[in-house]
Design a protein around this ligand. Sequence first.
Ligand code: SF4
Ligand code: FES
Length: 343
Amino acid sequence: MKVTIDGQSIDVEPGTTILQAARMIGGDLVPPAMCYYSKLKGSGGKCRCCLVEVSKGSEADPRPMPKLMASCVTGCMDGMEVNSKSSDRVTEARKSVTEFLLINHPLDCPICDQAGECDLQNLSFEHGNPKSRFIEEKRTFEPEDIGPHIQLHMNRCILCQRCVQVADQLTDDRVHGVLDRGDHANISTYISKAIDNEFSGNMIDVCPVGALTDKTFRFKSRVWFNKPYNAHRECTTPGCCGKTTVWMFGGEIQRVTGRKDEYHEVEEFICNSCRFDHKNVADWTIEGPREFEKDSVINQNNYTRKLEKVEIATEKTILMGRDEDRKKISMAEIPLNNNDKNS
Ligand code: SF4
Ligand code: FES
């Protein structure tokens, strides 16, 4: 089947969604997605970030679809023509969806652990309005522990339901979900049951915002001060691939996550033992630095070129009294040589 998105055509198998076809083409035309997650069955259709305009339904029925369609749950038809980034209508809709998602989401990025790797932050950067029209009070909840290692900040949740799908698909005994309806809808556990399952930590990785955070990493460091490396170990937990990204600050592993692809979706799920219990460098075989997209703030520690000495011009005021940290960030032992740049 042939489908054309923003003028670029591709042949796809029957059953492929518009979002999947767009990802196969790649580039700017790929719609943003806050609830779809390729590794989770049944995800998508909740957030409406991925709306596109179908200007031609198919070869057999070329009428345009009157409403914008959620690309993550709309299947391709032969001869279909779709407008994504090229459509003003779509751009307006994405702006509205972003504004809607931010109605209740607090703007607490400066103290949120997800800052720097938050899909909502990226979406707002691209489609957000600098001014809020919302004058009502945002809804608030007390932070809640979901098991011994995970904290839920319901204030930040956008109800994408990815975490519920992780619990449904990776754990035997789901004890949390979306409770209540409408403005009262929230993610919680039933009668304060803690989640105690070897794969529960994957909820942290799939959460697109900072609603579910790793208690062993909370407030330890901003992600852009960490240097991510691919690493693996012989993991004995059934179902765990043992392949992770370890986030290092100096010689110290500060957190362990699954390896995420260019759409910030984990390549393979990992167990809680790898994630929470193995923070010694000796536990891991380090494969090498992990690459991130060019515009990611994590690329502040860019590894696509040779390491070179980093000059921190304002270091005296920014890192006052933290000489140890300054030493680790500055890589003072690496000689400064601009001719070494290869990218
Ligand atoms: S806690 Fe995170 S993953 Fe779960 S529904 Fe809320 S935003 Fe989605
Ligand atoms: S990603 Fe398609 S509706 Fe959320």
